[in-house]
Design a protein around this ligand. Structure first.
Ligand SMILES: NC(=O)c1ccc[n+]([C@@H]2O[C@H](COP(=O)([O-])OP(=O)(O)OC[C@H]3O[C@@H](n4cnc5c(N)ncnc54)[C@H](O)[C@@H]3O)[C@@H](O)[C@H]2O)c1
Length: 265
């Protein structure tokens, strides 16, 4: 590449003119993504079960990046009609749809326990949100992306898939399904300029305290990492921005572990 062209490239890719849906953007990783994508120039549609939290993050994004940058739509990603309506509302508001970040999941509220102890209702709810939700949001977004011959789907899986982490079998199973879905969907939509990738975060510490993570577990987590500090949502942001950018257009079907070197694939 010529030097002048390289000088034009920015460390943070610009998403100016792009529109991103971020599911579960009302707290944690999704909240940081909403702010980070807006800072990179994208308009942001938060699709969130918790109306108050979604709205609060949309307000935060507007205060940071200017009025009219974000909207929040209350929806359950496991409800097909609600997802169709939410995706249409974001596309109508901002005039297009380029990026879908499937981040919503039943996660921080889960209790760790042996798989025989998991109530079947809880198992089913995790599958509906963490697996069906990813498929339903993608299914609603792909026709709009196909029409534009451009799209980026980024699924938030988890490093627990590679580790085979015990005591939340429903969660690990759901996140493994997301990796398979990512690969197979990438093959179906690539001809339309749509990429589908998964990010596999390690144990990521957000503003939400998780009772199930004890002090002993925190130190075990650090022991497993090559980089000896706790992961934050900001550690995931640069990779998500890259995958969403024009420069990420030749990367698809991949599962990218961002976990301070806990797992190697
Ligand atoms: N934090 C971690 O250590 C970690 C590690 C690996 C992967 N992940 C994954 O990253 C993503 C975000 O993690 P987090 O720590 O921010 O989680 P979190 O539990 O703090 O936040 C999840 C968000 O999703 C929303 N949500 C839940 N069910 C929904 C539904 N049916 N419809 C719409 N929104 C719904 C919640 O209201 C919440 O705002 C999840 O997919 C999680 O599985 C997290």
């Amino acid at each position: 590449m010529k030097e002048d062209k390289m000088n034009d490239m920015q460390a943070t890719p610009s998403l100016a003119g792009r529109v991103a849906i971020i599911t579960g953007g009302g707290q944690g990783i999704g909240r940081v993504f909403a702010k980070g994508f807006a800072a990179a120039g994208a308009k942001v549609g938060i699709v969130e079960l918790n109306e108050e939290k979604g709205q609060s993050v949309a307000t935060e994004v507007d205060q940071q990046s200017g009025p009219g940058t974000a909207i929040s739509i209350q929806a359950d990603v496991a409800d097909p009609a609600a997802v169709e309506a939410a995706v249409a509302a974001v596309a109508n508001k901002f005039g297009r749809l380029d990026i879908a970040i499937n981040n919503a999941a039943i996660f921080s509220t889960l209790k760790m326990r042996g798989f025989e102890e998991i109530p079947f209702d809880e198992w089913s709810a995790v599958m509906r949100v963490n697996v069906d939700g990813v498929m339903l949001v993608s299914k609603a977004c792909v026709p709009l992306m196909r029409a534009q011959k451009h799209g980026r789907i980024i699924n938030i899986s988890s490093g627990v898939v590679t580790m085979g982490r015990p005591f939340y079998l429903h969660y690990v199973t759901s996140k493994a399904a997301v990796v398979g879905m990512t690969r197979a969907m990438a093959r179906e939509v690539g001809t339309d300029g749509i990429t589908v990738n998964a990010i596999l975060p390690g144990a990521t510490f957000t503003e939400v305290e998780r009772e199930t993570v004890s002090a002993e577990q925190k130190s075990q987590i650090l022991n497993m990492q090559c980089i000896k500090r706790h992961e934050t949502p900001e550690d995931l942001l640069a990779s998500a921005l890259y995958l969403a950018s024009d420069g990420g257009g030749f990367v698809t079907g991949q599962s990218i572990a961002i976990d301070g070197g806990t797992t190697f694939r």
